[in-house]
Design a protein around this ligand. Structure first.
Ligand code: ARG
Length: 466
């Protein structure tokens, strides 16, 4: 900003480099809320009269409304949101406006604004994630009968309920929700009263300011207070892991919806066509979810890198904290409803999924487990099952198509009850542990997630764990 100590104007090139109003205008409401509290603290300390405080409070609300209605406009000359609000206040509140910045620094102000902003955005995202978790639980219920191969190394491994696969993502998003709530708590600390870097010189009541803005706690070191952006890193970390989870879900859906898999079909409302190839129905939503992960991770790495080696206390480098954070908020907010819709409208081809269970020898572990239950040590059982797989490969048949005589030639312990033991149903039913794919267990998990979603709807700030 240009103050009385300067005699010549700022060069236009530097003005545009220096200005943040182009993006920090987004903090208008937080800035006004912070200033409203500040005015009250000034009045309590006798630094402004009751009349002046009233004029400023009304004036600040007039700025809020004037900007929203397009009657008042920001100016790049004024650098940032803080200077712009103060300048507009001079128009709406007259002379009293000149007292607003008494004892205050933009350094504490911007930290306050960003904390208020992230606290509310992180909580809102946590609340929206409940909808996504509920959509996954709903889809798990709707497609409960569908069985798919689970993959390890992208090779068919074992049959699982499709619902079980969907709920894996619900678990990830539950953890993300906890992380966003945690990030909100990290932001929930009031730096007001830290001044430019050394603390407030008028003895303003920091506790009053904290309470007035609903912060849970106070910062305890003014140098740290104006230069700390850890809370923004925490938010970006939560956002990054959320994106990583979205990218993994996206990748699964992209695979599943390919002609090679054909397990699912996207609803037209979340798919796009090709400008050239008439037959195409592309999973662009998934690809964008996957693609935007790099961008959010980039914001996290960017901010951490900005902070690295930054000397105490406030430095203008810190102005670089906002664009990445805002973009991460927008990216996450843009994806949640799309993925909730994509999941709840997914069509599933049960027959294609069932067909994929054949031919991959997914029953092989069932054969080994069958022998183990008959008292054969697992390592030997594993080897015998391997022999059966080799024979089936040679004959180009499935394990269920080998005759009991074939099996008996491998080991006399095999009996007719083998076939039931290696069926898909038996494979599913046998995984009867908490977190296993036995249908009863998966049904309980659906119930658990639905109950959690309902509870979080009522108690939005309750964490899912401890
Ligand atoms: N626009 C600045 C930022 O975003 C506000 C704080 C400026 N403080 C200063 N001493 N120049 O960080």
């Amino acid at each position: 900003m240009r103050t009385a100590r300067f005699t010549s104007p700022m060069d236009a090139s530097f003005r545009s480099l220096n200005a943040s109003i182009g993006f920090d205008r987004r903090l208008l409401h937080e800035d006004i809320d912070g200033s409203r509290a500040w005015v009250e603290a000034l009045e309590r300390r006798g630094l402004v009269s009751a009349e002046e405080a009233r004029a400023m409070a009304d004036g600040l609300e007039a700025v809020r409304a004037g900007v929203a209605e397009g009657r008042l406009e920001f100016s790049e000359e004024l650098e940032d949101i803080h200077m712009n609000v103060e300048a507009l206040l001079a128009e709406t509140a007259g002379r009293a406006a000149a007292k607003l910045h008494t004892g205050r620094s933009r350094n504490e102000q911007v930290a306050t604004d960003l904390r208020l902003y992230l606290r509310s955005r992180a909580r809102a995202i946590a609340a929206d994630l409940v909808g996504l978790i509920d959509a996954l639980a709903g889809a798990a219920e709707a497609h409960f009968e569908v069985v798919v191969p689970a993959y390890t190394h992208l090779q068919r491994a074992q049959p699982v309920l499709f619902a079980h696969h969907l709920l894996a993502y619900a678990e990830m998003f539950l953890r993300d929700r906890d992380r966003f709530l945690w990030a909100a708590d990290q932001a929930d600390v009031s730096p007001l009263g830290a001044g430019a870097c050394a603390g407030n010189q008028f003895g303003l009541d920091r506790e009053f300011l904290r309470d007035r803005l609903g912060f849970a706690d106070l910062t305890h070191n003014s140098l740290d207070a104006v230069s700390d952006r850890d809370f923004a890193c925490d938010f970006l970390h939560a956002a990054t892991l959320f994106m990583v989870h979205v990218s993994r879900l996206a990748e699964d859906v992209i695979f599943w919806s390919s002609s090679e898999f054909g397990f699912v079909e996207l609803d037209e409302s979340v798919a796009s066509g090709s400008s050239m190839l008439p037959q195409k129905k592309n999973p662009d939503a998934c690809e964008l979810g996957r693609g935007k992960t790099g961008r959010v991770l980039g914001h996290m790495v960017g901010l951490v890198t900005t902070l690295k080696g930054l000397p105490l206390s406030y430095n203008k480098d810190l102005q670089e904290d906002k664009e990445g954070v805002f973009d991460a908020v927008d990216t996450v907010n843009g994806l949640i409803p799309v993925f909730a819709r994509l999941i709840s409208t997914l069509r599933v081809d049960r027959r294609r999924a069932a067909a994929a269970l054949e031919g991959g020898f997914l029953e092989a572990i069932g054969v080994a487990d069958y022998l183990t239950r008959k008292g054969i040590p697992f390592r030997r059982a594993h080897a015998l099952a391997g022999e059966a797989v080799r024979l089936a490969v040679e004959r180009n048949v499935t394990l269920a198509e080998l005759t009991i005589d074939d099996y008996r030639r491998i080991d006399a312990v095999f009996d007719d009850d083998l076939y039931a033991a290696i069926s898909v149903n038996a494979a599913l039913e046998s995984k009867d542990v908490v977190g296993g794919t036995a249908p009863g267990r998966v049904a309980s998990e659906i119930e658990r997630l639905r109950a959690l979603a309902a509870r979080f709807g009522r108690e939005p700030r309750e964490a899912s764990r401890g």
